[in-house]
Ligand binder design. Sequence first.
Ligand code: 5GP
Length: 129
Amino acid sequence: MAVDPNAPYDPDNIFARILRGEIPVVKVYEDEYALAFPDIAPQARIHVLIIPRGSYICATDFGERASEAEQAGLSRAIAHVATRLGVTGSGYRVISNTGADAGQEVAHYHLHLLAGEPLGTKLIRPNAK
Ligand code: 5GP
């Protein structure tokens, strides 16, 4: 079921549990602001999720409530992850889904970093005429 960005933050969502160490993940990168780990259902040869440590539901929530340091920290984490993965030269895509139309499934803000092969069409509009 798609995430309702207006619902209260659910502290038992899967990424909150990963942050608390209740569910093990392979840590690609971590610092005081962010954690990065492989997506369980990769959509490219490299598919890593980058999440803030703070409790934010989506891009809107993060943009409105996260501190300047948290926002800068998440942005810098993208660069750290890309460097660690060795894809800064070959390229990569960072996307984020918010709410029903975007198909957001997990109610903790996250960025998808996709890389490792040509990624094809930038935006697929299934209902485009
Ligand atoms: P969304 O659709 O919300 O933008 O993306 C959620 C992503 O989280 C999906 O790509 C999905 O495969 C991934 N995911 C869901 N549950 C887990 C999990 O338990 N572990 C990991 N590593 N990824 C998960």
